[in-house]
Design a protein around this ligand. Structure first.
Ligand SMILES: [Cu+2]
Length: 143
């Protein structure tokens, strides 16, 4: 069992649509030798069929955590957009303006974006094995 515990700063962050994304995997053979499935928030490929719905131009804040076992790193790539990244979420100033972040086991951070155009925006791990085995999805950006 695992989850995310968000501690808000004394001065609240700006209003946003917020989402927790927990990157995880499953060793379905119980051999402790690796993962056969990968996911974000538990269900492989779920957001390919049920995209995360956001509004164009609306601030979206995502609490991203890597609790993947067996693989030393995981990553997150947002296609076609750059986002502000706050490693560990312990500072109110972003340290990066990027489209990819890499997290080691247990690492977490906060990213935020305002997507300027409507349509589908792909997100996935930038390790092909993870993406091919379930760790990918879409944001559906609407007016
Ligand atoms: Cu990509």
């Amino acid at each position: 069992m695992y989850g995310v515990f968000v501690i808000d700063p004394p001065q609240p962050r700006s209003a946003a649509d917020e989402l927790v994304m927990v990157m995880n995997g499953y060793n379905t053979t119980f051999d402790a030798q690796g993962n056969q499935l990968y996911a974000v928030n538990g269900i492989p490929f779920h957001n390919m069929h049920e995209p995360v719905r956001v509004k164009r131009g609306q601030l979206v804040r995502v609490y991203l955590a890597n609790i993947l076992e067996y693989d030393p790193i995981n990553s997150f790539h947002l296609h076609g957009n750059l986002f502000d990244y706050f490693p560990t979420g312990t500072r109110l100033e972003s340290s990066e303006y990027t489209d990819i972040v890499v997290q080691a086991q247990g690492q977490r951070g906060i990213w935020r974006v305002e997507v300027p155009a409507s349509g589908q925006v792909l997100f996935h791990a930038h390790k092909s094995e993870c993406a091919d085995l379930g760790w990918m999805g879409f944001f559906e950006v609407t007016e």
